[in-house]
Design a protein around this ligand. Sequence first.
Ligand SMILES: Cc1cc2nc3c(=O)[nH]c(=O)nc-3n(C[C@H](O)[C@H](O)[C@H](O)COP(=O)(O)OP(=O)(O)OC[C@H]3O[C@@H](n4cnc5c(N)ncnc54)[C@H](O)[C@@H]3O)c2cc1C
Length: 476
Amino acid sequence: MRNGEVSFWWRARGGFPPRRPSLPRPEEADVCIVGAGYTGLWTAYYLKGMRPDMRVVVLEAAFAGYGASGRNGGWVTAALPGSRARYARGPRGADGVRALEAALRSTVDEVGRVCTTEGIAADFVKGGRIAVATSSSQLARLRATLAQDRKWGDGDDVVRFLSRDEVRERINVAGALGGLYAPDSARIQPAALAEGLAAAAERRGADIYEATPVTAILPGTGGAGGVARTPFGGVRAKSLLRCTEGFTAGFPGSRRALLPMNSSMVVTEPLSDATWEDIGWAGFETLGDEAHAYMYAQRTADGRIALGGRGVPYRFGSATDQLGQTSLATAAALGDILRRMFPATAAAQLDHAWCGVLGVPRDWCASVTYDATSGMGWAGGYTGHGVAAANLAGRTLADLVLGVSSDRTSLPWVGHRSRTWEPEPARWAGVHGLYALYRLADRLETPAADGSGAAARVALGEVLGRVGDSISGFPH
Ligand SMILES: Cc1cc2nc3c(=O)[nH]c(=O)nc-3n(C[C@H](O)[C@H](O)[C@H](O)COP(=O)(O)OP(=O)(O)OC[C@H]3O[C@@H](n4cnc5c(N)ncnc54)[C@H](O)[C@@H]3O)c2cc1C
């Protein structure tokens, strides 16, 4: 099994793309974007679409798609990155939340549309999303989620219940008891989207400089524009946008803004036709479960299963990984989940394992923020739902930078503020303690093989899970 090499997705594209040049000299621009993941690239793409005359420079420490955008599970999902109740505290209340959710749903189609118009072959298939329950506790959580969704006005067109048989007709998940189906979700090859998007932004005239780490982002004074400092000189720009999500803690002054949550993935070798006959999955739905330490998966275009989950949740001091290398114990644990859910994969080899970081704000709610006076902005904190959200955030940042008032600029995540994370060692101890609690809760909720002591055990698991959620502030 390969481990790291950033991700399987890059390996599947024949390795890393040819490296773009670093910043050649100090420069001036209208807009300087730090980070060439989906957020930075979509922002550049839309800015140049709206104002082709603007000079837009993107500075990237490694290469476009090096971060989460080239490593993720490939779910382009309309799932809300945050809590409805918290967003509803904004000035537009519940209506604002519904508007944000509707915008995210249409964003799934927008990503597909751009893939088509720009000729980005990213294996985009809009097959919907299934959340499956494999224990009675998970089933109860799914039913509670559906009841909440109905209260917020979501009808069957947005989310509907699937019986055990309906789940298994779509995807033969062992032990499935039921599920929820949401049509607004698509499957993609993440690195292909990142690579295609970078090329599309360049075709529109954006300049992307790679191997150009930004060491500081300094606001301007007296209308002079701010500066993004790099070892090769600075880029002075009227607008400076930080699009570094899980890497944000690397900037002085932002150490406790977003927690770099680690997520790991494994991918199988291509599965045989007989195995696919057993599993089904003809609709290429994105698949997740309802465990506290949940899993997420997709069927790839080349007939593999790519499956992810938490593993080591967080590294001390907000450190990030080395080229995506993950622990062998995490890869083995993800392999166990794979084989438990899909016994037909028992003999299949795991081909590759990797990990990456996503950004989690302390209140689990994403933000798109721009201050027209200082010209400083940022977007991120999508808590694992960043693929579609980064597109909407990019369009919104473009509007904000250009001073355009749109439906997007009044969405409740615009200007949303979250408090900062606790200092170390409390941050490390808290996150590790939380995930130990979640894993224990998941084990207790899983029925024992002989069914013994089930009720008390399960009830304890559910209580521990709720305790975990109230500590973490994880939204439901
Ligand atoms: C394993 C994994 C699975 C996931 N699965 C899903 C999923 O299926 N669906 C979903 O919606 N979301 C998923 N996510 C989350 C999603 O991938 C991210 O939220 C999203 O890609 C964030 O995009 P971004 O552009 O904001 O950040 P990133 O893609 O992380 O890009 C940030 C970029 O900034 C660069 N950078 C960092 N520091 C500097 C600096 N000092 N100077 C210059 N450049 C810098 C980095 O090199 C990087 O390229 C997953 C994340 C991970 C890690």
